[in-house]
Write a protein that binds this ligand. Structure first.
Ligand code: SAM
Ligand code: SF4
Length: 354
């Protein structure tokens, strides 16, 4: 059942949306086709990165989580409505018990061709265990978060001593044939001196590097402003030694990519604070409790759990998804400064999925 969307043809950005030529049912009021679903399969994690979580996090009771079967049902409903790309994230997606059941189950949509990509964002700690199985399920690329190549700084940032484990995970991912992109959150006074080293290391290993600005999401223990490093500054510094040539490469995400002429590799910048990327947003995010967020930086959300559990057929669920997409906002309103120390949104990134 398709509920007609109010401003389907009249949204301000209808000519600038990311993929106007698409068979998705999901067109938002601004003419953007929603073809990408990110799913937080758990809010739990084996790390406690300082910018992401407090040391003493209160996690959701396990009974409140969607079952893997329910996650499959919602994801499959989105795929049926035209979503082409699914990303499993969290928390740490690979610490969810039996997660490979879900990956395997979702891979049927790759086989039919309805889904173009099934992928994950992971901290890498479990990849030595799962990389081969992921490949056998049709996963071709993963994003691995790594903010430093220094084991001591790693422990400072993640509050855990798992640097070697992550290195083994990255090795295993590459050996299994996964295309790896490294995500590095750029942090003033913590890893800013390492950015060129990290880029060289990634590019020598045939991996892309994407730099991310800290986003004001959820209360953490310290003051985020202390470590906030605008990527405009990073780019300026890099340009003192390197030639950065903009390239057209797009992943449908908020990254803007450059070729580093000196290394031959690709460097991405995700700049939610110093640069707005909302005009080409093609994504929505599902939490592990069945709440759909139409924008990472806004609080409006749609409950999909109730329609999911109200009927074993998908009619109600499909209608709820349509209604949610008709409410997708034009963009977020993140800002970070000393006077306004409250996070822009109260939930942590690990709840909505990064
Ligand atoms: N645990 C997995 C990982 O770390 O890759 C997946 C979830 S994590 C929330 C996804 C991404 O969000 C990571 O690359 C992480 O660095 C980033 N992230 C978390 N909190 C953030 C924040 N407040 N600002 C910017 N990036 C953040
Ligand atoms: Fe865990 Fe990822 Fe958040 Fe770090 S960024 S605490 S690895 S969810």
């Amino acid at each position: 059942m398709n509920i007609p969307l109010p401003n389907q043809k009249t949204g301000p950005n209808q000519t600038t949306g990311p993929s106007q030529q698409t068979d998705t049912d999901l067109i938002d009021p601004f003419g953007r086709a929603v073809t990408y679903l990110r799913v937080s399969v758990t809010d739990r994690c084996d790390f406690r990165c300082t910018y992401c979580m407090a040391e003493n996090m209160t996690f959701l009771p396990r009974k409140d989580l969607l079952s893997l079967e329910e996650l499959d049902r919602i994801c499959s409903c989105f795929v049926g409505k035209g979503v082409k790309k699914l990303r499993l994230t969290g928390g740490e997606p690979l610490v969810r018990r039996n997660i490979m059941w879900l990956v395997k189950r979702l891979s049927r949509h790759l086989e039919t061709g309805k889904l173009e990509e099934l992928t994950l964002t992971t901290n890498g700690s479990q990849l030595a265990k799962y990389a081969r199985e992921l490949v056998s399920c049709g996963v071709r690329r993963v994003n691995i978060s790594l903010d430093t190549l220094d084991p001591i700084i790693f422990k400072d940032i993640t509050r855990r001593d798992h640097f070697d484990k992550v290195m083994r995970g990255i090795d295993a991912a590459q050996e299994a044939g996964l295309h790896v992109k490294i995500n590095m959150v750029a942090l003033k006074n913590l890893n800013e001196q390492e950015i060129t080293t990290m880029a060289r290391w990634c590019h020598e290993r045939g991996m892309e590097l994407t730099l991310i600005e800290t986003m004001p999401m959820g209360q953490v223990d310290g003051d985020r402003y202390d470590n906030y490093l605008p990527l405009s500054t990073v780019k300026e510094r890099l340009r003192e030694d390197w030639t950065l040539t903009p390239i057209e490469y797009r992943t449908g995400g908020p990254s803007r990519y450059y070729k580093v002429e000196q290394t031959g590799g690709t460097l991405g910048f995700i700049t939610p604070l110093s640069h707005k990327f909302c005009e080409s947003c093609n994504r929505v995010r599902l939490t592990c409790t069945g709440i759909l967020y139409m924008c990472l930086g806004q609080d409006d959300a749609k409950d999909l759990l109730t329609p999911l559990r109200a009927s074993k057929h998908d009619l109600l669920l499909r209608a709820a998804i349509d209604e949610a997409i008709s409410r997708k906002p034009e963009g977020h309103d993140f800002h970070i400064d000393r006077r306004n120390q409250k996070p822009a949104v109260a939930r942590h990134m690990s709840v909505t999925g990064g």
